[in-house]
Design a protein around this ligand. Structure first.
Ligand SMILES: [Zn+2]
Length: 92
């Protein structure tokens, strides 16, 4: 099975952005797809990417990245992105 390049950081950020946007703290922020994608892009631009090419590699890197400690600082970047996008949404 030939897999494409996978950025494991992107997978983690996707999950964490979903969780953050569903939390009561961020219900006042726009939940549309455009804002969500902007939050993803903004967060990922400030985070190191971790590319893998195999499912084994994906599992290994996911376990290494998905720690309490890492999720804490990744969430900080995401929350900062949510606020930036909320302040300057690319729509009315
Ligand atoms: Zn929006």
């Amino acid at each position: 099975m030939n897999k494409e390049l996978i950025n494991v950081m992107e997978e983690i950020v996707t999950t964490l952005v979903t969780v953050s946007m569903l939390s009561p703290d961020y219900q006042t922020f726009c939940q549309c797809n455009k804002c969500r994608n902007d939050i993803m892009a903004l967060s990922l631009n400030t985070l190191p990417s971790h590319y893998v090419t195999t499912e084994e590699g994906r599992k290994l890197v996911f376990e290494q990245l998905n720690t309490n400690e890492n999720r804490k600082w990744i969430n900080k970047r995401i929350i900062s992105a949510i606020h930036t996008v909320g302040k300057y949404p690319k729509h009315d």
